[in-house]
Design a protein. Structure first.
Lengths: 317, 236
């Protein structure tokens, strides 16, 4: 293990994340993990890592970092105007960087969350099988918190001269965060708690992502979704992408740092492959929802797993 | 009542009833122990709640149809399984002075003496219906009706870890510092949510739990033992 990065400016809220903490939700421990698992996985693959290695998740305003050791890096997800010594670098491509260089981020161009992977992966103590930071409980990642000025991060000690830089994702595979594709959902599990028109309305109207959105959930604003009687349900498990609707009728999409259970009726759940598309939308932007079947959602999920399998092989060469 | 429902594209929700009821909840936890005993490939984890258990699975390892079949099989076994022996955890609480931030107001509101409140709070053996809300937080059932009280009108910005409170029809323990509107009547030195490295959870859904009143001297003694790593929780 060797120190690889020093934080010069922390940015808005940069935290270490992986694919999340699985197996402890029965104790009330949120999974946490990368908001955009797709971008996180790609960034890792581009630098020769396994997809579950930890990356640095940056939100809108990235960190300024000093490179302490030669390595290969890649960014997946949002384009936050990254640069090395002032020369622009782009997401979805790997670059060789050298000790003493400064990596900076500037104006957010597309998307919200960017993932920085380094060859070998960041090293930190795992908490309950994961390196993901859960700030509210002060666990995981780098000392259980977002990065601060002066933090020195370590990576696995390895010879990175054999890792090829310049690997990239094909243009056709790069997600377009600007496109107005509806976010696909599966109805329920509490459809009966809503009036008959509510679900139809939810799929027809558009909803705005409000400023009160964060890693716990995206709070939406739009035409209120009426309940039959009341919004409260007997507290029950919630999953990534679950959309709960409190008494005010304004939906909340629950995301990585969500509590494990919730007490509001759930109108739908965002399908797994569409969560990245949703989280990369900017606060203030409008979102529309489209109802799909379980079969369609799972077919897309399986197709994505096959895509990653193919990519693992392709990027190894 | 028993129903299996898909939940998103990676979840299955099994419902055992539709009221908060100890017997229904015990079925939930018995089902959970069957899942533990007979692991199903492709199942990541499960989350027990009051009336349901939600199974979180990887669709590229098991199809919904195959999973449903296995769950139905477990459901059949459920009828033949003995209820598991549940653990009883005793939580020492100091109800005195600065530990009991809202005791004065609570005694006035409920028109009961502090002694009576302590007696009513330590008497029942509570049932841990589920965990949630925050890491290591138990949803307890069995609070005396005489202790039902509305939440604070102005929730505190920060409640200390270990604070024991009552609100509405519930009592609970704060596993970590958090904002909250519960009325605080005491504090426990016992961490619910393990030391950072180990992360052992003291309480599990399905456990029984009882509070035991201790004085400030005993509180500090336990606190010191916890810090030295010598504290053994009372589990019966």
């Amino acid at each position: 293990m060797k120190e690889i990065l020093e934080v010069m400016k922390p940015g808005l809220a940069t935290s270490m994340q992986d694919l999340g903490r699985v197996g402890y939700q029965k104790y009330g421990i949120p999974t946490s993990g990368a908001m955009d698992a797709f971008a996180h996985r790609i960034a890792n693959l581009l630098v020769g890592n396994a997809e579950e290695e930890a990356t640095l998740e940056m939100i809108l305003m990235g960190s300024q970092l000093k490179i302490l050791r030669d390595t290969v890096i890649a960014i997946g997800g949002a384009d936050l105007s990254a640069a090395i010594d002032g020369n622009p670098i782009y997401p979805w491509k790997s670059y060789r960087v050298y000790a003493g260089q400064i990596m900076s981020f500037g104006k957010p161009v597309h998307g919200t969350y960017a993932y920085l992977a380094v060859s070998g992966g960041f090293v930190t103590e795992e908490v309950m099988g994961s390196k993901s930071t859960y700030v509210q409980a002060g666990i995981g990642g780098f000392e259980g918190r977002v990065l601060q000025k002066g933090d020195r991060l370590s990576a696995k000690d390895m010879d990175t001269s054999s890792i090829r830089a310049g690997k990239y994702l094909k243009k056709i595979d790069i997600p377009n965060y600007e496109q107005h594709r509806p976010i696909r959902i599966i109805a329920g599990p509490d459809l009966s708690a809503f009036s008959n028109e509510a679900y139809q309305q939810f799929c027809q109207e558009s909803y705005r992502i409000t400023e009160q959105s964060n890693r716990m959930g995206y709070r939406l604003a739009g035409k209120a979704l009426p309940h039959v009687e009341k919004a409260d349900i007997i507290s029950d498990a919630v999953l990534p992408g679950t959309i709960q609707v409190p008494a005010n009728g304004q939906p909340i999409v629950l995301l990585s740092d969500r509590q494990t259970t919730g007490g509001y009726a759930r109108i739908a759940t965002v399908i797994t492959t569409d969560i990245p598309q949703l989280v990369q939308k900017r606060m203030g932007s409008e979102v529309q929802f489209l109802s799909v079947s379980l079969e369609k959602a799972q077919a897309d999920y399986l197709a994505q797993q096959r895509y990653f399998k193919m990519l693992r092989t392709a990027l190894r060469q | 009542m028993y129903s299996v429902q898909t939940y998103g594209d990676r979840g299955v929700r099994i419902q055992f009833g539709n009221t908060i009821d100890r017997q229904i909840n015990e079925k939930v936890h018995r089902f959970g122990s069957l899942l533990e005993k007979y692991p199903i490939e492709g199942v990541w984890e499960w989350i027990p709640a009051y009336t349901t258990i939600t199974i979180y699975y990887n669709p590229s390892e098991i199809t919904f149809a195959a999973l449903e079949k296995k769950l139905i099989h477990l459901q059949k076994m459920l009828a033949e399984t003995e209820p598991p022996v549940t653990r009883k955890i005793t939580i020492p609480v100091c109800y005195d002075g600065e530990f009991a931030l809202d005791m004065e107001e609570v005694t006035a509101y409920l028109n009961l003496s502090a002694q009576e409140i302590i007696r009513l709070h330590t008497k029942p053996v509570y049932h841990v219906y589920m965990m949630g809300f925050m890491p290591g937080f138990p949803y307890l059932g069995g609070l005396s009706e005489k202790l039902y009280i509305p939440r604070l009108e102005n929730p505190r910005k920060m409640v200390k870890q270990g604070a024991v409170g009552i609100a509405d029809k519930q009592t609970g323990i704060y596993p970590l510092d958090a904002p909250g509107g519960w009325r605080i009547i005491g504090k426990t030195p016992v961490p619910l949510y393990g030391a950072k490295k180990e992360q052992k959870m003291l309480i599990r859904a399905g456990d029984r739990l009882q509070f035991k009143a201790v004085d400030a001297a005993a509180y500090y003694e336990i606190e010191e033992a916890v810090q030295n790593g010598d504290y053994q929780p009372e589990i019966g």
